[in-house]
Every structure is written in C-alpha cells, then in structure tokens.
Ligand binder design. Structure first.
Ligand code: ADP
Length: 484
C-alpha cells in the first residue's frame, strides 16, 4: 500500500503522553489520503482529559529538563535532527500520504525539519544574558534568560512535519517542555515526532503529542495556568480565538496566521526569473501555504508577456498523486478547499476577470484542481481580500511604483511579499515601503531555518527560525545582587 514504510515504527496510532503511548479518547479520527480518499490510519480522538494529562506530564518534566546543561540539550537535538534525516524517505511518504504534496516537496519539507532542529541545537548554546553597569556602588545587575516553562503548540495540516519542527526545536533548546496538537487532518507526521524524540533520548514528558478534538484540547491548553506559552500556526480566525482564550491566564503567545501575499512584477523585472519565482511562490503545495502569492500585481509594460508566460507554465504543471513520479501538483486538502477556490474564481469572473489557464476541477476528479490563472482582477473581488489557499493566480494591473506599494499594503495581513525588479534603488525603496514581515526580492521562496519567519498586522506575533526563533521561548530575568 501507499503507506508501507522502511521503518514501520514511524506510523503510530496513539498519542504520546508522558513516556507512554495512549489510545485514550472518545473513539478515533480516521486519517485519509487526499489523493485517493483511502483511509490510511486511525488516531485517538483525545480531548480535555488527555490534554490535561499531557500538560501534567510536561509540567512534571520541566524542572529536570530546564536544569540540564545547554550542551546536553543540544546533543539530544542533534541526535533528533540526524534521525529525521535518516528517516527522510519514510517521513516524506507520511507527509505525502496524509497531506497530498508531491514526494519531492515532502522530502524538502522533512529536510527543512531536520535543518530547524539542527539550527536550534546550535542556538541552545548561545542563550546569552548580560550585565548592566549598576547605578548603585554596592550592587551588580545581571540579566538572564530563562525558559518560559510548559509550551502548548497547535499546528496546521499544510506542513505537518516542519511546522512542528519550528516550535518543538526552539522550545527544547530553550529548556521548555511541550504539548503538541497536530491538525486532525494530518496527525501522523506529528505522532512520528513522538517516536523520533523517544529514540533521540528526549526524556519522558518533555515532548507530548495529543491528537483529537481541537476545541477541547485548545481550551485546556489555553485555560491551564501551568501552560506558559501558546504557539499556533493556522488560520487568523482560530488565532484570534486562541489569543482571547490565552488572555485569561496572560500567556506568552506566538501566532503564525494567514497572509495575502502580493507578488509585484515591475516593468524592469527579469521576466524568466519572475515567471519561475511566481510558479514556486504560487503553486508550491498546490497554493496551500501561508506565504503563497495571493495577488500578482503586474506593471502595464510587462503585464501581457508575464500573463502569457505564467498561463503556459501553469498549464504545463503535472497534476496527480504526489507519490507518482514527476507529479508537481497534488490534490487539495479537502472539498471545502476546492469549493473556496471555485468560489473565488466565480466571484472574479462575475466581476469581469478572464480565465487564461485552468479554472475548473481537474479531470482526475476527487480533490484535484487545475492550476489556474486569471487576468483583470480588481480590488472589489474576494481574491483581493481573502487568502484563496488554492492553485489560483489572480493578476492585477498597475501603472507606477507608488500605486503598486499602495495596492500591496491594502490588506489587513502582512506576512510575506515578493517583488521583481532590476533597479537597485527600487529594490531598497520598495522593501522598506512594504508592510510585511518578510520580503522576497527577485526570489519566490525565502523560508530558511537561519532567518526569522513571521508576520506583522493580522498575520501574527513572534518569529520562528533565526536567532530570533528561540527568544519566543525565553523570559528575561533581572537579578539585582546587593550587599557586595
Ligand atoms: P487551517 O485552515 O490551516 O486548517 P485552522 O486554524 O483551522 O487552519 O487549523 C490549524 C490548527 O488549529 C489545527 O491543528 C486545528 O485542529 C486547530 N484548531 C481549529 N480550531 C481550533 C480551536 N477552536 N481551538 C484550538 N485549536 C483549533
């Protein structure tokens, strides 16, 4: 079957709570392969009680984990990173089978997971404090960084492996313990992290994974005063809900929410490069990433050539089961995702947009959709305001730089943006003017473990990756040392 693994231990159908594997819960959740609709596993439909038990285990494990040396924690994280790399093929199959992306993209995601863990293994040893010149002659002032404590992580389905890596690795590096709730659509990669952590020598209770009822688990995570931080990647709507819930016990929060990424193509762009970057920034993961382009803003002089080239490239993408050789675009995650893409296309064409590639459900049926390109998009269309999260490119026209910047910033979101130009002055001006957390200049893919990933405005709070990524898991402590 699709899910035969070299290391079958990586496929588990139980939650990891404390040092044990638990099947406790209100029945099970079926996990299906979006490419075939086949049921591939059943995981526990755990709820508040299981979440509470996991928090309890994480709380109990915290003092000993915190007190390990940074070098010790780093060694365990390096082992974890190595295990992810050694099991890359199996872990990629898990990702493709539960999520749908092509095996090539799944391998890249797993490699990224290993890279995040290695990066934070290295950062664990660089959690520096400082001393401050004292205003009192008989005192010293020290500032230290302390792990925040128990972390609750809620992760989405679009990157079932790497979205966990970005939270688990800095938490462990900082000396925190963690309870993870993966998406119920893609729990298998999350549970595999439990297996890998166990094998890497992560002590019992330090990493817990609970699958099941999102509402009940989320309520427990945000309500329990022992949880000191909530880190979430997902929709803006759920992020706002969790922010509200976390307010009750004033938890630290990190939020990686939705985007509405503009991709600006100026007249002076390198057209080949812009089209290649556009394909990656739009159609990767079938358009289902929070940094995927949602709006192409294209200057008058290059518009028609860009539209033609993009339409041709989109039409040539091979759509199919991600496990099959050469497939570049897999299925979408659910029928709701297909319907949202269709609704955006219908709304746009009703208001005057023109389809120049794709536009319909794919002939393969199921959850497959044609890579689509629309021209003539305008600000009154749904696609201008809402993230499609599907394989739809909408092209808007603009005349000059000021108009492009205005259009790009005309959104409540501020995660990633991209622009293409060969003018150095413009590269600096526009980078500065765009109200976004991340800017790709002449690049369509910018995620890396060494740089801070995150958004401004309603796209979120906090950063993942880079030197900044561990800060979100640390509290600052000031020590006034007197009587000297
Ligand atoms: P997406 O559209 O990417 O699935 P969601 O925000 O719905 O985004 O899901 C992201 C994560 O949030 C998933 O793990 C999901 O189960 C979880 N989630 C959804 N609703 C809630 C909720 N009310 N409380 C806590 N977690 C939730």
């Amino acid at each position: 079957t699709a899910l035969s693994l070299k290391n079958p231990k990586l496929l588990v159908e139980a939650c990891r709570i404390g040092g044990a594997w638990s099947r406790s819960g209100d029945g099970v959740i079926a996990v299906t392969d979006p490419a075939t609709g086949a049921r591939i596993a059943r995981v526990p439909n755990a709820g508040g009680a299981e979440a509470r038990a996991a928090i309890h285990a994480a709380y109990a494990a915290f003092p000993a984990w915190r007190d390990r040396t940074a070098a010790d924690r780093a060694a365990i994280l390096r082992r974890l990173s190595a295990l992810v790399s050694e099991n890359q093929e199996d872990l990629a199959r898990l990702v493709t089978c539960e999520q749908g992306k092509s095996l090539a993209e799944a391998r890249a995601e797993v490699a990224m997971s290993a890279a995040y863990v290695l990066w934070f293994a290295e950062e664990a040893r660089r959690v520096y404090g400082e001393t401050i010149p004292s205003p009192w002659p008989d005192r010293r002032i020290l500032v230290t960084k302390e792990p925040v404590g128990v972390v609750a992580a809620i992760t989405p389905w679009n990157f079932p492996s790497s979205m966990i890596a970005r939270k688990l690795a800095p938490a462990l590096a900082a000396g925190c313990t963690i309870v993870i709730k993966p998406s119920d659509l893609t729990p298998l990669s999350g549970l595999a992290w439990g297996v890998l952590c166990e094998e890497a020598g992560v002590p019992d209770g330090v990493v817990n994974v609970v699958t099941g009822d999102a509402k009940a688990i989320g309520a427990e995570m945000t309500g329990d005063p022992r949880v000191r931080k909530v880190t979430f990647t997902g929709s803006t709507a759920v992020g706002k809900l969790l922010l509200g819930q976390a307010a009750g016990t004033v938890k630290k929060v990190s939020m990686e929410l939705g985007g509405n990424a503009p991709f600006i193509v100026f007249d002076d762009a390198d057209l080949d490069r812009a089209v290649a970057g556009a394909m990656l920034a739009k159609y990767r993961n079938s358009g289902q990433t929070c940094v995927c382009t949602n709006r192409f803003l294209v200057q008058d002089g290059i518009h028609d050539a860009f539209a033609e080239r993009l339409a041709a490239a989109a039409a040539s993408l091979k759509v199919g089961n991600g496990l099959d050789e050469g497939v570049m675009q897999g299925p979408l995650i659910t029928m709701a995702a297909i319907e949202k893409t269709e609704a955006h296309i219908r709304d746009a064409t009703d208001k005057g947009a023109r389809i120049v590639a794709g536009g319909r459900r794919h002939a393969r049926g199921g959850l497959f959709f044609e890579p689509t390109v629309l021209t003539g998009a305008t600000p009154d269309m749904a696609v201008a305001r809402e993230e499609t999260f599907g394989p739809l490119s909408a092209l808007f026209r603009f005349e000059d730089e000021a108009e492009a910047v205005r259009m790009a910033n005309d959104t409540a979101f501020g995660l990633a943006c991209y622009f293409y130009t060969r003018d150095l002055g413009r590269a600096f001006r526009v980078s500065r003017a765009l109200e976004y957390g991340m800017v790709g200049v002449n690049e369509g893919i910018i995620t890396t473990e060494v740089a801070p990933f995150g958004g401004v405005k309603e796209s979120g709070l906090g950063r993942e990756g880079g030197r900044q990524g561990i800060e979100d898991y640390l509290d600052t402590k000031y020590i006034s040392l007197g009587g000297l």
